[in-house]
Design a protein around this ligand. Structure first.
Ligand code: NAD
Length: 478
């Protein structure tokens, strides 16, 4: 597959003529190439977005919504093709891409096409003498930078509200998973998007992403990715006072009380630990389990994890391939670290050899450790792979203290049938999201994002539309 930049409505290679290899994680083979773009491509994309902005910002909201809905329809039409491309590029089971990634990309476009038509702003009567209202207008050219774990899903999560609100966009998907973003370019052309409204530049983060952060004509950036990258973007953008939305890493606790619905908690723990090979920022990686059920839970959990299959993503196993060789090596190095830190390996721990076309692919067994204190590196650093630890606790206070004892604050899970406890814990957990008796149950209207080192700002619903607009307070004296 040859991927091209989408700039000013045209598909074109990088201006330098350089290319990067694109790998299939399941086979570790190069199967395509993408532009190795640089600052000059970002500059061209920004010029095109800037030129397209006045007309797009004035386009009636119903027409913008119609185009977004048309794009959603085309994604839905091509669901199987897109899911196959996502699975091949990312390593996830094709059924997961079919069930989750691509339908959620469709939902993102449809949701914001509708939301923008209901977007309203506040007004205030002031002491019977004036009326204040808030004018929310598009910002201009905005930058969207996304990661490799849920490629089209997270790319569309940013592009859809940015475009709906009337901005024009320069966007950069991860260089590790560019395929579905490229297929989206083709669908935008088919949908009849005006040239320059959406521009997609492919290439490396430190070149393309950095150039976007530095560009003076991109005053707002929505970024999802690692915490260190977020810090680099913030450092670059701060002196220009850019508006930033940063969705970063996590080290999420999954707290299971003895009064939980045991079977639901157990089954959900398996899912939330290993879906997408554990490569979801919302996966629970520290399982905190009340001591009175610890032994039983450990034994049932390990039995279920041992039964999970790891195989060629096209055969729809439970776990597919790890996204890249560097990430594969990183996850294995954390498995090594956990053992050095005194962790007891309960299951997994090794790379998996899949025979046939996948014999060179990057596969890792779902891995479970215990005997590691919450303070050790294994329990503090984001692994972002199929590795979890089990930690017993005695009291609610202890569970809360361990859950919060991390620099991250993305998502916590809580399993209890005690309503009062769920309220107490939810308000004391320092996380952007608290799931009580569920996981990954998403409502696109809710604020999405992390506390502490997991990010700045919230996306989703009105929060996304507020981020992608600039507010002007208009005060009219009467
Ligand atoms: P990453 O930070 O390496 O890359 C993310 C994106 O940033 C990529 O497109 C990359 O090319 C780009 N980038 C890299 N260096 C850059 C720079 N200097 N300037 C600008 N852009 C740059 O992250 P990743 O490895 O692709 O994704 C995994 C991380 O993303 C994990 O930490 C995970 O927790 C996080 N994540 C967070 C959320 C969330 O909603 N909070 C969702 C998914 C993933």
């Amino acid at each position: 597959m040859e991927i091209l930049n989408y700039i000013n409505g045209q598909l074109q290679p990088a201006l330098s003529g350089s290319w990067l290899d694109n790998y299939e994680p399941a086979t570790a083979q190069v199967y395509g190439r993408l532009p190795d773009s640089g600052a000059e491509d970002v500059a061209a994309a920004t010029i095109s977005a800037k030129a397209a902005f006045p007309a797009w910002a004035k386009t009636p909201v119903g027409e913008r919504a119609r185009l977004l809905n048309r794009l959603a329809d085309l994604i839905e039409r091509d669901l199987d093709k897109l899911a196959a491309a996502e699975s091949r590029d990312q390593g996830k089971p094709v059924a997961l891409a079919t069930r989750m990634d691509i339908p959620r990309a469709v939902d993102n476009f449809r949701f914001f096409a509708t939301a923008i038509q209901h977007f309203a702003s506040e007004s205030h009567h002031t002491d019977g003498a004036a009326i204040n209202y808030t004018l929310r207008q598009p910002i201009g050219v905005v930058g969207c930078i996304s990661p490799w774990n849920l490629p089209l899903y997270l790319f569309s999560w940013k592009i859809a509200p940015a475009l709906a609100a009337g901005n024009t966009v320069v966007a950069k998907p991860s260089e590790i998973t560019p395929a579905t973003a490229y297929l989206l370019c083709e669908l935008c052309i088919e949908a009849g998007f005006p040239a320059g409204v959406l521009n997609i530049v492919f290439g490396l983060g430190p070149k393309v992403g950095q150039a976007m952060s530095e560009h003076p004509d991109i005053p707002a950036i929505s970024f999802t990715g690692g915490t260190l990258t977020g810090a680099t973007i913030a450092r670059t953008a701060a002196p220009m006072f850019k508006k930033l939305s940063l969705e970063l890493g996590g080290k999420n606790p999954n707290i299971i009380f003895a009064d939980a619905d045991y079977d639901k908690a157990l089954n959900s723990a398996v899912r939330s630990s290993f879906t997408n090979q554990g490569e979801i920022c919302l996966c629970g990686s520290r399982l905190l389990i009340e001591r009175s059920i610890y032994e039983r839970f450990r034994s049932d959990f390990v039995a279920k994890v041992k039964a999970l299959t790891v195989d060629d993503p096209i055969t729809n196993p439970d776990l597919g391939a790890i996204v890249s060789q560097p990430h594969f090596e990183k996850v294995l190095s954390y498995i090594q670290l956990a053992q050095e830190e005194g962790g007891k390996l309960l299951t997994g721990g090794k790379a998996v050899k899949v025979s046939g076309r996948c014999e060179k692919g990057w596969f890792i067994e779902p891995t479970v450790f215990e005997n590691l204190p919450n303070s050790c590196r294994t329990n503090q650093e984001e692994i972002f792979g199929p590795v979890v630890t089990l930690i017993p606790f005695d009291t609610e206070a202890e569970a809360l203290a361990m859950a919060n004892d991390t620099v991250y604050g993305l998502a916590a899970q809580l399993w209890t049938e005690n309503l009062s406890r769920s309220q107490r814990m939810s308000s004391a957990l320092k996380f952007g999201i608290v799931w009580v008796n569920c996981w990954l149950l998403r409502d696109l209207r809710t604020p999405f994002g992390g506390a502490k080192a997991s990010g700045v700002g919230r996306e989703g619903g009105w929060d996304a539309l507020k981020f992608f607009t600039e507010a002007t307070n208009v005060c009219i004296r009467y």
